[in-house]
Design a protein around this ligand. Structure first.
Ligand code: SAH
Ligand code: F3S
Length: 481
């Protein structure tokens, strides 16, 4: 433990956890959302106990696992290219086994084994504890599959092995699944119903990270504001909870408050917030604690009330704007980011203009913008024709991206001249003489290294900026150290 903290101070960026007695090699890759990257750390932990250490070299692996994403068609195509690559390596090393994990495994199930014959094992997001059995089957020459979705699996009892870690920032998952059924989205089908992880196991994981020198935790869930632990299973069954369970239930505002108090020198972030579930208490908890970042990722998807309704988002344009007003009132220094989908079925030029004007109203610091990609099995795919032509989607997307870029530059520029608190994460990509970290909002800050170390909180005077990066110089340590 001591050793890792020491390494962080020296700026070593990789914390690899290896067991000497392990003699098999696991190559694991992740695509898609942060939850997938976090799940891969759980998988690596389970396999750690089965004799596998991780390797970064594909060619030397005994087992290759790919944690996959189904959110857009392009995400699936990327994974297919990787599978082709693994199979090319397998021709040279026939003993190597290949497994598909995550959302594509759940969506395509046995198709991978029957039609495509390119993998040995298919494992859905709730079945990772079954990996030891599945590997045994594969070892005996049989194809192995488990895509059963669970109503209570949260992997709360598994201590993740941190992969590719900078030793400073980590993700801790707090909910799994999603009950929202946005009509465009495949997640409720691939990740199942929403369930919350027991608070004590969350706190234990954070305590472990703290003791190993980590300084920032992002609490993860498809919809963190909907976190509700009551000692039962699914969120949708809360009505059937006993009085005792209800009296001791913990919601997201309480969980965040507990974390901030228990670990006053750990910085907290969270993702993702769904506008319909964001309650005012959470905003007050953020405002109250210096160690909870003033940053909310608040996907909107569209600025048009009519499209929001078609998407089954549970709010109107006006309600979203009211929520943004409330957030800015309670946390004046907040940074916001968005997800937007353009070209959803039936979207008109007028709907598109509504999205652009919403960007101007909210003034997000940055965003993730996508052209609509029809996903088989979703409500939108079943009920609505994908009727916005590709070139129109492309043009609208470009207009949204361009406007967001302009706004982002202005938002980033607001920090020029200010002194901001930065947690040092790693060397800057552009220059080995500069550190890179993020301020309390979420903006990247680079500055000369001097004698500062990875994992330290420093105050940085900002002199200039680009669209997404602040450039400055350190003026001393912050009170968070
Ligand atoms: N609540 C989740 C959302 C996951 S999907 C979270 O934790 O972030 C991330 C984003 O992908 C969504 O917000 C949406 O903007 C986009 N997305 C989802 N389905 C899509 C589709 N069919 N086509 C294009 N973009 C999509
Ligand atoms: Fe998907 Fe909507 Fe849930 S975007 S993950 S169904 S909140």
């Amino acid at each position: 433990m001591e050793k890792i903290i020491e390494e962080n101070k020296q700026g070593t960026s990789l914390v690899l956890e290896q067991k000497e007695s392990n003699n098999k090699k696991l190559f694991i890759e992740s695509y898609g959302c942060q939850m997938n990257f976090s799940d891969s750390e759980i998988v690596a932990s389970i396999l750690h106990n089965e004799g596998y250490n991780t390797t970064q070299i594909l060619e030397e692996a005994d087992l290759v696992l790919v944690n996959t994403c189904s959110i857009r068609d392009k995400a699936e195509q990327t994974v297919r290219k990787r599978l082709e690559k693994y199979n090319a390596v397998k021709k040279i090393n026939p003993d190597m086994k290949v497994g598909v994990l995550g959302c594509m495994a759940e969506r395509l199930k046995s198709k991978f084994l029957e039609e495509e014959k390119i993998v040995d094992m298919v494992v859905g997001p709730d079945a990772y504890k079954d990996l030891p059995n599945l590997l045994k089957e594969v070892g005996e020459g049989r194809d192995a599959i488990n895509v059963i979705l669970s109503k209570d699996e949260t992997y709360g009892d598994i201590a993740p092995v941190r992969l590719n870690s900078n030793g400073v920032t980590a993700f801790v998952s707090i909910t799994r699944g999603c009950d929202n059924m946005c009509t465009f989205c495949v997640v409720p089908f691939t990740r199942g119903r929403e369930r919350s992880r027991e608070p004590q196991s969350i706190m234990d994981e954070i305590a472990d990270l703290w003791s190993r020198g980590f300084k920032e935790v992002t609490l993860l869930g498809q919809n963190v504001d909907s976190y509700l632990w009551y000692g039962g299973g699914l969120k949708k069954d809360y009505d059937k909870a006993t009085d005792m369970q209800k009296a001791t239930a913990v919601d997201f505002a309480q969980l965040l408050d507990m974390c901030a108090i228990a670990f006053p020198k750990m910085r907290f972030r969270f993702s993702t917030s769904n506008p319909q579930d964001m309650h005012e208490e959470v905003l007050h908890v953020i405002a109250k604690h210096h160690n909870i970042c003033n940053y909310i990722h608040l996907p909107v998807q569209s600025g048009s009330t009519r499209i929001l309704k078609e998407m089954n988002r549970q709010h109107t344009r006006e309600e979203y704007m009211e929520l943004v007003d409330k957030i800015k009132n309670i946390i004046p220094d907040i940074s916001l980011s968005q997800d937007i989908i353009t070209g959803f079925p039936t979207e008109t030029e007028e709907d598109h203009q509504d999205t652009l004007s919403l960007l101007n109203y909210v003034r997000y610091d940055f965003g993730f913008m996508f052209a609509y990609s029809e996903r088989p099995g979703t409500l939108a795919a079943r009920k609505l024709e994908d009727d916005v032509p590709e070139e129109v989607k492309k043009r609208r997307l470009q207009e949204i991206v361009d406007l967001q870029q302009d706004i982002a530059y202005q938002r980033t520029a607001r920090f020029v001249g200010q002194t901001v608190e930065v947690l040092i994460e790693k060397s800057s990509k552009r220059s080995d003489l500069h550190w890179s970290g993020r301020n309390n909002q979420n903006t990247v800050v680079v500055f000369p290294k001097e004698n500062y170390k990875v994992g330290e909180f420093v105050m940085v005077k900002v002199n200039e900026c680009t669209t997404a990066t602040l450039i400055g110089e350190a003026v001393g340590y912050s009170e968070m150290n």
